[in-house]
Design a protein around this ligand. Structure first.
Ligand code: ZN
Length: 467
């Protein structure tokens, strides 16, 4: 390609640079750590050059996303006038009950088209917060569940979630119009479209997903994340654990010139000082699956001073991340539709970008596909070898005939991305000859015979610091 053009178009430059960088990293992984020639080489003889399994075939193509059905669902949701969580749950024409009906109807249609594999649950509960006036308010979440085929992994859930409720400028008032096209009919449409894409795959190939996938449309987000908080309780009551939670909230618009841009993917740091929380590992896994040209990782739990439905999952120590559009327009969020001083306010359908939203749906679906095909991640990874020339990494993992082995990952402590150091087929321990424990972070992940990778498990020191 023409260099001048590349320089004048940052998005083209970025895409090309990422593709180039990725291909270099995959082709010659040992060079990846050699970017600073004044540092001593580790290890001196060069790192192992393992043959890595290719990722699972059959990636979901972008054309598979049905933008028209996403558009139709959003149009129906906006047509409910408001979906404020304190509005009517029983009026079929106006209020959040109308929104729930459309989501349930769409999930039922998808279930019928995929041979009845999708189980639909309407989960009714009560919740209280300042924004419910301090009184218990009736709430409902809708879940569509695609059961996993592996006896053990079926108890692990990978979740994609949007919130079906909306809010106007008058936060506690359920009366004004609150179209909520972007916030968050868009995330709801992404969750539903993922259900369509993935249940269709299962209809063609029984047993391809080892873990269970849950597609959620929750309520009460605008009253203080009430629906997602309840969903986490429901999940645990049902005996599930969380393998990963993908929150899609405000994923429908991309108004800056030059789009479609990358979707932002927020992940919290966790309680530790090396940027290796389970949520961060989920973000890295998604970025690796979908590519750096698709996903812009942001290393903070959410937008500055704001929150979303992944929050309680993150705080509980589960891997949980948030997808959000590249730049927000605050005249379109939490606004009663109106024009003031020539400025149009309101979260309206006309501002949505389906080319962008379709990308987000594809990237969510592909991440869920690969994660639900993967073996369990190891349960404990220990880094030993302090004050010796070699790093030693050991981990625990249950027997799994579908697992091909484990990838040992490392990265510069300042680098946001993992690289593969080695592939260990047998055993649960490896020695990294001539690699100091001190100059890199290390992690382990499981690799299936199908090429699907678990998220990474960082290796932590065996004992507290010694002085
Ligand atoms: Zn929202």
């Amino acid at each position: 390609m023409n260099a001048t053009r590349a320089e004048s178009d940052p998005s083209v430059w970025r895409r090309c640079a990422s593709v180039f960088l990725l291909s270099v990293l995959w082709a010659i992984p040992s060079l990846a750590q050699d970017s600073a020639p004044r540092d001593p080489a580790e290890p001196l003889q060069g790192k192992p050059q393992p043959k890595l399994l290719p990722r699972p075939a059959g990636a979901i193509p972008r054309q598979a996303v049905d933008e028209n059905s996403m558009r139709a669902l959003i149009h129906e949701l906006v047509g409910c006038g408001t979906r404020h969580s304190l509005s009517s749950w029983t009026d079929p024409a106006r209020g959040i009950g109308c929104g729930r009906d459309h989501v349930v109807a769409r999930f039922r249609q998808i279930a019928a088209e995929s041979g009845g594999k999708l189980q639909i649950v309407v989960d009714k509960f009560e919740a209280t917060s300042e924004r419910t006036g301090g009184k218990p308010a009736p709430m409902e979440n809708v879940y569509a569940i695609l059961p996993g085929a592996d006896a053990k992994l079926a108890k692990t859930l990978f979740i994609v979630s949007g919130h079906m409720d909306s809010i106007s400028s008058r936060w506690t008032d359920p009366e004004p119009d609150a179209p909520g096209a972007d916030d968050d009919a868009s995330g709801t449409a992404v969750s539903v479209e993922c259900a369509r894409l993935l249940s269709k795959l299962v209809a063609g190939q029984e047993g391809m997903f080892r873990a269970t996938i849950l597609f959620a449309a929750v309520s009460g987000e605008e009253q203080g994340l009430l629906g997602s908080k309840h969903m986490l309780e429901w999940i645990q009551q049902q005996g599930y654990t969380v393998g990963g939670m993908l929150d899609d909230d405000i994923v429908g618009a991309d108004f800056a010139a030059g789009g479609p841009h990358r979707v932002r993917l927020f992940s919290g740091n966790g309680e530790i000082d090396d940027a290796d929380s389970p949520s961060r590992e989920l973000a890295r896994a998604i970025e690796e699956i979908d590519g750096r040209s698709a996903v812009r990782m942001v290393f903070r739990v959410d937008r500055y001073g704001r929150g979303g439905d992944h929050y309680y999952f993150y705080k509980a120590g589960f891997p949980a991340v948030r997808f959000t559009e590249p730049l927000e327009n605050y005249a379109h969020e939490h606004q009663t539709p109106r024009t003031e001083d020539g400025v149009e306010y309101g979260d309206l359908e006309k501002y949505l970008s389906f080319p962008f939203m379709g990308d987000v749906a594809r990237d969510n679906a592909e991440a869920l596909r690969q994660l639900a095909m993967a073996p369990a991640l190891p349960s404990k990874a220990i880094l030993k070898g302090a004050v010796t020339p070699d790093a030693k990494i050991s981990w625990s993992a249950e027997e799994d005939p579908e697992r091909a082995g484990f990838e040992i990952l490392w990265r510069e402590t300042t680098d946001p991305h993992w690289e593969v150091y080695d592939f260990v087929i047998a055993g649960t321990e490896t020695i990294l000859k001539g690699v100091s424990t001190d100059n890199h972070f290390f992690a382990v992940r499981a690799v299936g015979k199908n090429g699907a990778r678990s998220i990474a498990l960082p290796a932590e020191p065996e004992k507290p610091s010694r002085f």
